[in-house]
Design a protein around this ligand. Structure first.
Ligand code: ZN
Ligand code: ZN
Length: 1008
């Protein structure tokens, strides 16, 4: 096209493609072919290769957090327990570098004051702050020339370090310790130095995500299982951008588990280190990869945990909760549904999987099924081998035990009394034989095992070959790290159940009423897309996450006795309250927050149980919510586990899929993404090794392209810093005409006379001319408009005022500094919760007079959401207006809710946006959660008893029906037999599955 337009020196398409290919190669994103143990072929882009690009990318590198941060405020993974405490210090970060001098954990060093010390870990006290070390003090005894330590611990700034191990060694201090030497101290340099060879060593955390996605744009489902990941050393505000989602692999054939196995084998093995170029220090570094958590939807997470899934008897992937229906109805077991149970461990799961495989070599399916049923463990890869082993074992048994011509000759002679023992012996030998065969499978993997390791690996089941390798990653606890995801578990779980339960009994008139009321909600300060109430009612059973997010924050304002019973209303309240806390992205006091969250989760579960005691059995997601508490403590705020950004990234994947020719989708799509990564890397100024082995980056003429915000947006990136607090937006059209002070609404304000400073300021303001602004940015970066409800610094220090913005003003004076003012109509928050809404009510300061307060724009603290108190004002859908279509007034009339006064409001405590700020500002008694059931245990026992009674009656009735049907069938068969009909081909449809006794089959020889 450029040629046709007459642009000179345009390279041919072939030359362009060749250059692109060479560049992708030299930048180092090889797309590798992989074959899974089940034989599926797919292509994968290396996790480590993609992470290495982050270190070499000047846009990304400054945001990489290297050390854990020990602070009260928790916003990211590096503040939370797993990174901070659960991982070994060497896994968190083995070394700290002072320019060219490296200090490692566990080796002797000296501080500036001469004190000898052995650092045991590195950490920061605030993000971007100084790095600290924690180590044990060591004393040198010059007479005996030995070191000793009383193991007292010292925290020091890393800047205090003077000499590292080599220098201390040169000073002749590096002498032996008095025995016993502390186990955390190395006798010489840290062994990692041998691997590092002078390079810095760091840890990268990743959040791998897997799910099935349709590769088609049309509705026809074209299943692909995709693996993406996010680099968890980056802050959450970066990770919520598509630019930071990394594509790893896709396949229409291989499952997520198979793709994860190769990812683990290539990147995550504990001892594996990868090279990267650190563009900040301009040198090569080494890093290792540790999976932080596994965000995914619940079925996928179950698969990653080698768990049987949400439909099994033991349906919790995190704890051992479960049993048969009857077992769950006992008081003890029923109550356990409302609390997190005894946790599963990867070691336990691993041995359960190995037991299943071992037992399967006896050839009895039922034994394996029973093991799976009793433990809730079912590994997808292991299951493949289980089936192979069963059929192999059966065919050999057929040959050696059952077939008269080929069987063990002893079976033809041995007396009946000894037969069972002999059969058992043969079965045992067949089992051993099948297992020996299994160890050599899959052949291509077995052949590639290193010669010397073959002996040791020959006689064992290998992770990644025979069962999921995620179970053996030391730094990953699949059960605790498959975090409860708010989108799938709360919005598409609890919120969906609540909505369904709420609207199902409604009449068309009730639907209509709710839609009208919902549409009248104020959405300012909620950060949600425009409400489409009638759409939500029309497609009530097909709502998606964003709809539930809106309903969760607003529904409760529109419900009353005419729409639902009190208990359902309580459930909606509990749901809204919990939702607001669940979306915190900043936690100031972890223990206090978790205590509140526990009460709110308990409330939701308890109310559900009161509505329907059986609901907790049927909806696994309700119990799974209980595990959120442990997840947040271990991994940080729940928003960090959200999969929304990965789901958004599916659109990019779908485009790549649609544009490929579908001949080799896995390969083509992986190559496209590698190209995309290469382009992103070059354009954003990333470094790579050229053919001569030196590191280079694109010239400014190329990187200039990336500077354009519109281009950044196309790559899913926004460098945009947050909006400047206190800035006022004043459209050009508003600047045409200025107004004098007396014409502004601020002129009517009455300031306290004692505040001489304010009076003085006011004198200045009165002399100025003003323009009207449309928006002002709060200190917490919210855009507040006229009519928005805000908290602001008031005349009295430490006591914020609350109100509604009436006018935003900017001085027209052409002076050095313009003055930005916000005129706030002051309201008061009542000191009690409203009895119906359970939220603080909002009233004007004075009923007779509007009290307005002119404030400087910088005093606006944050925005919140306030709803009209329609209940007390008796607002009705009495208004009529023309509906707007295509931004124009249409001829279609519609009803709307008219608010009857401008005095009664309710502060929306279900709002997710600024929920934590709001709770910090209000007195605790206005926002502290209240436990719904005072004695939970007693109430659960009572519910379990009613459940047992109803279920027993139901079961008895079912049995009666079943027996009656059976009897009828038998009679029918008999009469058919009597009539001489051919009944041989008929299959009875009501065969009952054996519930127990299957374990005995394995060892009984009565099948002979
Ligand atoms: Zn559980
Ligand atoms: Zn109203």
């Amino acid at each position: 096209m450029l040629n046709q337009l007459g642009v000179p020196d345009v390279p041919s398409l072939k030359a362009l493609r060749k250059t692109q290919e060479e560049l992708t190669k030299s930048i180092g994103i090889p797309t590798r072919a992989k074959q899974s143990p089940r034989g599926h072929v797919f292509y994968q882009n290396g996790v480590a290769d993609l992470l290495a690009m982050d270190w070499a990318n000047p846009e990304v590198r400054p945001h990489i957090q290297i050390y854990p941060v020990e602070s009260k405020k928790v916003t990211d993974a590096w503040h939370a327990e797993k990174v901070l405490r659960d991982l070994k210090p060497e896994e968190q970060g083995p070394m700290w570098a002072d320019d060219q001098k490296h200090y490692y954990i566990g080796e002797l060093a000296q501080l500036r004051d001469g004190q000898l010390i052995v650092p045991l870990r590195w950490f920061q006290q605030e993000q971007n702050g100084d790095v600290y070390g924690e180590g044990i003090l060591v004393t040198h005894d010059p007479i005996r020339n030995i070191l000793h330590t009383d193991r007292s611990v010292l925290r020091f700034k890393t800047g205090e370090l003077l000499m590292n191990w080599y220098e201390v060694h040169d000073q002749d201090f590096a002498v032996p310790f008095i025995e016993p030497m502390p186990e955390t101290v190395y006798p010489g340099p840290n062994p990692l130095r041998a691997i590092a060879k002078g390079r810095r060593m760091y840890t990268c955390y990743i959040k791998p995500w897997g799910d099935d996605v349709s590769g088609n744009r049309s509705k026809q489902y074209n299943e692909h299982t995709n693996i993406y990941f996010a680099h968890a050393n980056l802050p959450h505000e970066k990770l919520s951008q598509e630019y930071f989602v990394r594509f790893c692999s896709t396949s229409p054939h291989a499952s997520a588990g198979e793709q994860f196995d190769t990812m683990v084998a290539d990147n995550i093995t504990e001892k594996r280190w990868h090279v990267a170029y650190d563009c900040l220090v301009k040198e090569e570094i080494l890093f290792r990869v540790i999976p932080a958590n596994l965000p995914a939807d619940n079925p996928q997470q179950s698969e990653l945990c080698s768990h049987v899934g949400l439909k099994g008897n033991f349906w919790c992937r995190v704890c051992h909760l479960g049993g048969t229906e009857k077992e769950r109805e006992t008081d003890e077991n029923y109550h356990q549904h409302f609390t997190p149970g005894r946790p599963r461990t990867p070691a336990e799961t691993r041995s359960a999987v190995i037991e299943q495989i071992t037992v399967s070599a006896f050839g009895v399916q039922e034994t394996v099924t029973n093991l799976q049923r009793l433990s809730g463990v079912k590994d997808k890869l292991a299951e493949y081998w289980v089936q192979k082993c069963i059929s192999r074992s059966r065919s050999i048994q057929q040959q050696r035990i059952h077939n008269h011509d080929t069987r063990d000759t002893r079976l033809n002679t041995v007396r009946t009394r000894d037969r069972p023992a002999l059969v058992k012996e043969i079965q045992q030998s067949i089992q051993t034989e099948v297992m020996d065969w299994l160890y050599t499978q899959p052949a291509h993997k077995y052949d590639s095992l290193p010669e010397d390791s073959r002996l040791s690996l020959r006689k064992q089941l290998r992770p990644g070959d025979h069962f999921s390798s995620l179970l053996t990653v030391e730094t990953l606890d699949v059960h605790q790290d498959s975090t409860v995801e708010p989108l799938h578990t709360y919005l598409l779980g609890n919120d969906k159940y609540v909505w369904h339960h709420l609207h199902t009994p409604w009449t068309p008139a009730q639907y209509q009423l709710f839609a009208l009321r919902l549409q009248s909600s104020s959405t300012d300060g909620l950060n949600i897309p425009p409400l489409q109430a009638s759409y939500m009612i029309q497609y009530k059973n097909g709502l998606i996450g964003k709809h539930f997010k809106s309903l969760q924050q607003l529904a409760v304002f529109h419900l009353d006795e005419s729409l639902c019973p009190q208990l359902v209303l309580d459930l909606c309240k509990a749901t809204g309250e919990l939702g607001a806390l669940l979306w915190y992205h900043e936690i100031d006091d972890m223990e206090g927050y978790l205590a509140d969250l526990t009460i709110l989760i308990d409330n939701v579960l308890d109310i559900w149980a009161l509505i329907d005691p059986k609901r907790i059995f049927v909806k696994a997601k309700l119990h799974i919510l209980e595990h959120t508490i442990a997840n947040i403590r271990r991994h940080g705020p729940a928003v960090l586990f959200s999969t929304e950004i990965f789901e958004c990234f599916n659109a990019v994947f779908r485009l790549c899929s649609v544009l490929s020719n579908h001949q080799a989708p896995s390969r083509d799509i992986a190559l496209t993404f590698a190209d995309l990564e290469r382009f992103k890397h070059i354009a954003s100024g990333g470094w790579w090794k050229d053919q001569t082995g030196t590191y280079t980056c694109a010239s400014t003429r190329v990187t200039r392209y990336f500077g354009e915000p519109s281009h950044q947006r196309r790559l899913g990136y926004s460098r945009r810093d947050l909006l400047d607090p206190a800035s006022v937006k004043c459209p050009r059209k508003n600047q045409k005409k200025s107004v004098p002070w007396s014409a502004t609404s601020a002129a009517t304000s009455s300031l306290p006379a004692s505040d001489s400073e304010s009076q003085h300021q006011r004198g200045d303001w009165e002399a100025l001319e003003w323009y009207e602004g449309t928006a002002v940015v709060s200190r917490h970066h919210d855009v507040c408009r006229v009519g928005s409800w805000v908290f602001a610094d008031g005349p009295t220090e430490g006591r914020p005022v609350f109100g509604r913005i009436q006018q935003i003003l900017r001085s027209s004076e052409d002076c050095a500094q313009t003055v930005d003012l916000v005129v706030l109509e002051q309201f008061e928050i009542s000191n009690q919760r409203h009895p119906h809404y359970h939220m603080p009510a909002v009233h004007p300061l004075s009923v007779t007079q509007r009290i307005v307060l002119p404030l400087e724009a910088k005093s606006i603290i944050f925005l919140c959401n306030v709803q009209h108190n329609c209940r007390d004002a008796n607002c009705e859908a009495s208004g009529r207006r023309f509906r707007r279509q295509e931004r124009l007034q249409s001829g279609v009339e519609e009803y709307f809710v008219e608010h009857k006064d401008d005095q009664h409001f309710i502060l929306n405590m279900h709002a997710i946006h600024n929920a934590s700020l709001l709770r910090k500002t209000l007195p605790r008694e206005l926002c502290a959660p209240v436990q719904y059931l005072q004695d939970r245990r007693a109430e659960h026992d009572r519910l379990a008893a009613t459940l047992r009674a109803t279920q027993d009656a139901k079961r008895a009735k079912e049995k009666e029906t079943r027996d009656a049907r059976k009897a009828a069938n038998t009679v029918a068969k008999r009469s058919a037999g009597a009539e001489g009909g051919n009944a041989a081909g008929q299959v009875s449809m009501d065969v009952q599955p054996e519930s127990d006794g299957a374990l005995h089959i394995l060892y009984s020889a009565d099948c002979i």
